[in-house]
Design a protein around this ligand. Structure first.
Ligand code: NAD
Length: 455
């Protein structure tokens, strides 16, 4: 079936109320759960084929997160779907006011390659739970995963409810010309702009989950043993190809050298210089990204690690001594290279970070409440952690999304349901009483009464 017919079929199914009830949506969420859990091994193997992702990482970040999210939706969906009665006001007395949670209709989800199962299906959970039919376009760069998702979706779902369309730029362009009711995009800021422009042509609402340079601030009071471990864990999962990976470290000058020494110890403990088997550490997704990262390495002051092998698309984690105007500080790194910069005083942190685009994530290692407060109040960022990296994504009670050039809108848990739901406000009025006050002809006495009651 061509893309246009697919969208028409889904729209017809939506109009017929295919996902109207709690039972319909629960059935779909359970099907999605079966799709993921019954094919755990095949899915993890597909990601391993795409970029050598270790099974433990694939299970923890692609499979478990989805199952956890689906269970969260199954548990709370009935409550989320309920209409909400709200207060009236004197202007509409007597009446009842109700907010209904309505699905948008047929939605398009476009995924990125770096967590190719998670980023494809996580928004789909919210879309189905909110009662939308869904077309998913996974990233063509994770070839095996995209093909498997298409095959499994055909096996578990009717195409009028949920269908995968595979493809690259041409197919995405064609999809973007269709009359979707909502678009949810995960990917780069560059392509996010293309998606938003296309959506604007048809006034389609969008969610943009984009990237950026996520700073990791380490203050002089931080526990450096724990900080170094948590920072390098966040940097080396997926070989740094994580939208919320610590992009760079901004550390108090008095502890910079110590942090670098701790970092070397941590990397030696994590990987014992054994990157060959790929059982602990991913490969880079393709030659283009490998060459881009190699270029960044070559223009940087590498003080540890950073060996590479183009044939196996391997890049060893690297510690880089950096300055703000180095090439590596001008773009999102999206790889296992960690620039370390230093600051002298706290106002410098605010000054430097607010002079740059707002990041998707920010991490701050300190116990100092005043500094935590200062960063929260003065530096815009999508979300983040104190004394930890990356794991804010794992809590479905927290919204996840960017700000400014790192994105718009948020999802996960209830926020996913809300992202794919539009609020419909309805006022219900009894036939009686029906005073003449608001109807023409208007006269002096009416304005007097109106002022008396309303003002
Ligand atoms: P990308 O923007 O290159 O691709 C994302 C999607 O857009 C893919 O499905 C691709 O097929 C499509 N696409 C690519 N070029 C297109 C074009 N010209 N027109 C229409 N569609 C096009 O991103 P990527 O390389 O897959 O992912 C890496 C980026 O995504 C990084 O910037 C990263 O930070 C960001 N990211 C963000 C999140 C998040 O949740 N905020 C998660 C993962 C990745």
């Amino acid at each position: 079936m061509n893309i246009s017919d697919l969208v028409k079929n889904q729209k017809a199914a939506f109009s017929q109320g295919i996902l109207r009830t709690h039972e319909d949506r629960t059935r779909c969420l359970k099907l999605l759960r079966d799709l993921v859990s019954e094919n755990e091994e095949a899915l993890c193997n597909a990601v391993a084929q795409d970029f050598g992702k270790p099974y433990v990482e694939a299970f923890a970040t692609e499979i478990y997160t989805l199952l956890h999210e689906i269970d969260f939706h199954l548990k709370h969906l009935a409550k989320w779907m309920k209409p909400e009665s709200v207060s009236g006001s004197i202007a509409v007395f007597p009446s009842k006011s109700v907010i209904y949670n309505r699905p948008f209709g047929t939605v398009l989800v476009i995924g990125a390659w770096n967590y190719p199962i998670h980023l494809a299906l996580m928004p789909v959970i919210g879309a189905l739970s909110a009662g939308n039919t869904v077309i998913l376009k996974p990233s063509e760069l994770a070839t095996h995963t995209s093909a498997l998702l298409a095959k499994l979706t055909d096996h578990y779902f009717e195409s009028r409810v949920f269908k995968v369309v595979e493809g690259a730029v041409d197919e995405t362009r064609e999809l973007l010309s269709q009359p979707f009711d909502k678009i949810f995009f995960t990917g780069s800021t560059r392509v996010g702009k293309i998606v938003m422009k296309a959506a604007a042509e048809q006034l389609i609402p969008v969610n943009l989950e984009l990237g950026g340079k996520s700073p990791t601030i380490v203050h002089h009071d931080a526990n450096l043993d724990v900080s170094a471990k948590r920072i390098w864990w966040g940097k080396t999962i997926n070989a740094g190809q994580t939208c919320v990976a610590p992009d760079f470290v901004l550390i108090h000058e008095s502890v910079k050298e110590q942090f670098i020494e701790k970092s070397k110890e941590v990397l030696n403990t994590f990987f014992k210089n054994d990157y060959v088997t790929g059982s602990n550490y991913c490969r880079i997704i393709n030659e283009d990204h490998f060459d881009r990262l190699k270029g960044l390495l070559e223009s940087s002051n590498v003080i540890f690690g950073g060996s590479t092998n183009r044939e196996t698309l391997f890049i060893e984690p690297a510690i880089i001594d950096a300055k703000w105007d180095d090439p590596i500080m001008q773009e999102e790194i999206f790889g296992p290279l960690l620039p370390v910069l230093s600051y002298k005083n706290e106002s410098e942190i605010v000054e430097q970070l607010t002079a740059r685009p707002a990041p998707l994530a920010l991490y701050l290692f300190t116990e100092k409440q005043e500094l935590q407060h200062l960063i929260l109040e003065r530096v815009p960022f999508g979300g983040g952690c104190f004394n930890e990296t990356v794991t804010h994504l794992g809590n479905p009670h927290l919204p996840f999304g960017g700000v400014g050039s790192s994105g718009m809108g948020s999802y996960h848990g209830k926020y996913s349901f809300e992202t794919f739901t539009r609020k419909q406000g309805v006022l219900k009025k009894p036939i009686w009483p029906d005073p003449d006050l608001k109807y023409p002809p208007y006269d002096e006495s009416k304005i007097k009464w109106l002022k008396k009651w309303l003002v």
